[in-house]
Ligand binder design. Structure first.
Ligand code: GUN
Ligand code: ZN
Length: 454
């Protein structure tokens, strides 16, 4: 053990592979240490295992941080989220197309102001960390400044984000639209500046087929072909009104998916957000091309978009990630996202086990983003991104604790009853970037007297 290494002690869970979606996880797909030790050196994982085994091997000067009653898991990863939509969250009463026009586009237009973009980008990365999210695939706006602002904020925290400039050259307000030519040159310049600079990666980001001309989609596909290791992200088959409109705009294509396919935008570096109203032919094409769907449950229920068919997608061997889709989504918390995913599955008489949910939010999502050689679990040599979960974080979680019998129930309680309060600390590349202030105990909560308005 080199001198200068450090360690974190607590209960510890991580996945080695997909545990499946049966009540019992597939053997060998996870490791759990009730009293574990995660040994770090120079921001990376050096070793992990039972504390009793590893404490004796540490050099005498090693700092050991004990997270009593904490559960250490890999940092959460979000496969679809919009940096400029924090202020759009909880906008009342619309479905997708009205929501875009009424709330989202006017808000995104504010990001032409570089100062505003930098303030919001910093707010966004701080909030991600506060919610236990250490990496994400992110939409910025059509303004290049918004992309620079986000990557700069990520660099300050040492976190790795994948993000891109929205390409959108039609059916949007003037102050948000780009032009076809500049959408290519701006995306290219940003890609060349940020892709694989430290932990940052670029994502080619046509918003969705409706707001891009065929020429713009052609250029997005050209960029994807020129940079096959950059990600591609867009929206797909989210809302019935959207689908009807897109089909009218591209009558020559056989399906919504065929539009993206035709312009060279499918492949194993592509993440399509939503994919709700789709059929088996679509799923087969996704599986054949290795394209992923980002399942965005809080957004899909909030905007009334529909219920994603998790089982059919898994059965077709399509890669699925879990995502918040803030600001259509209602929480940056991947725990809250897991809860909603479970409920969406139940509404279809399906299920998502806590094992599957925690796998998706960590290693599964790292795989979708091609970051699994860098993070997603605690294999030796990976960057030490992790969170410490507090399974007594709220009065409700604390109340449930005596009734919990096993790890599966602990995880299920965390995902159903947990939220950002359950994030005791977030560590990025071995640096503590967020630590929750001490919470008041349930019996010392102040009492409020409510008076009726006059
Ligand atoms: N489709 C096109 N743009 C958006 C967006 O910003 N959010 C969601 N949920 N769907 C979209
Ligand atoms: Zn989205």
């Amino acid at each position: 053990m080199p001198s200068g290494c450090e360690a974190h002690r607590g209960a510890m869970l991580h996945f080695l592979d997909d545990p499946g979606n049966d009540p019992e996880p597939r053997p060998g797909t996870y490791e759990y240490f009730e009293d574990g030790l995660l040994v770090l050196n120079q921001g990376k994982v050096l070793a992990k295992g039972p504390a009793s085994e590893w404490l004796t091997k540490l050099p005498s000067d090693a700092k050991v941080t004990c997270w009593q009653d904490g559960l250490i898991v890999p940092g959460f990863i979000d496969t679809h989220v919009h940096m400029p939509q924090l202020g759009v969250m909880a906008s009342y009463g619309t479905q997708l197309l009205d929501w875009l026009e009424t709330y989202t586009f006017p808000h995104e237009a504010r990001f032409s102001d570089g100062d505003w973009a930098r303030t919001e980008a910093r707010r966004f990365t701080n909030l991600l960390l506060q919610h236990g999210t250490t990496s994400a695939l992110v939409f910025c706006t059509s303004h290049p400044e918004s992309v620079n602002a986000l990557f700069e904020a990520a660099e300050e925290h040492g976190m790795g984000l994948t993000a891109g400039k929205v390409m959108m050259d039609r059916y949007a307000p003037e102050n948000l639209k780009d032009t076809t030519a500049e959408s290519y040159s701006d995306s290219l310049a940003l890609l060349q500046k940020w892709h694989q600079r430290g932990r940052q990666c670029y994502a080619i980001t046509p918003r969705f087929a409706a707001t891009s001309t065929p020429e713009q989609l052609t250029l997005a596909g050209k960029l994807a072909a020129e940079y096959p290791d950059a990600m591609v992200q867009t929206h797909w088959a989210e809302n019935i009104g959207e689908i009807t409109w897109v089909r009218e705009l591209f009558p020559e294509r056989t399906s919504y998916l065929d539009i993206y396919d035709h312009y060279g935008l499918l492949g194993d570096h592509t993440v399509l957000a939503h994919g709700i109203h789709i059929n088996n032919e679509d799923r087969q094409r996704l599986a054949d091309t290795g394209s992923s769907i980002a399942f965005c449950p809080t957004s899909n229920t909030f905007l009334g978009s529909g219920l994603f068919d998790f089982r059919a997608t898994r059965d077709a061997d399509v890669s699925v990630g879990l995502a918040s889709d803030v600001g259509g989504g209602t929480s940056l918390s991947m725990l809250a996202t897991m809860a909603e995913a479970y409920k969406v599955c139940r509404l279809r008489d399906q299920t998502m086990t806590p094992w599957q949910a925690f796998y998706l939010a960590t290693l599964g999502n790292a795989r979708v983003l091609h970051r699994d050689e860098e993070c997603g679990n605690f294999e030796r040599g990976k960057i030490a991104d992790f969170v410490v979960l507090d399974h007594r974080a709220s009065p409700m979680l604390a109340m449930k604790e005596p009734f919990i019998n096993n790890l599966s129930e602990t995880l299920f309680n965390l995902m159903i009853l947990g939220d950002d309060r359950a994030i005791a600390a977030t560590i990025v590349a071995s640096q503590v970037r967020y630590q929750r202030p001490a919470l008041p105990q349930p019996d010392t909560l102040p009492t409020h007297s409510h008076t009726q308005g006059a």
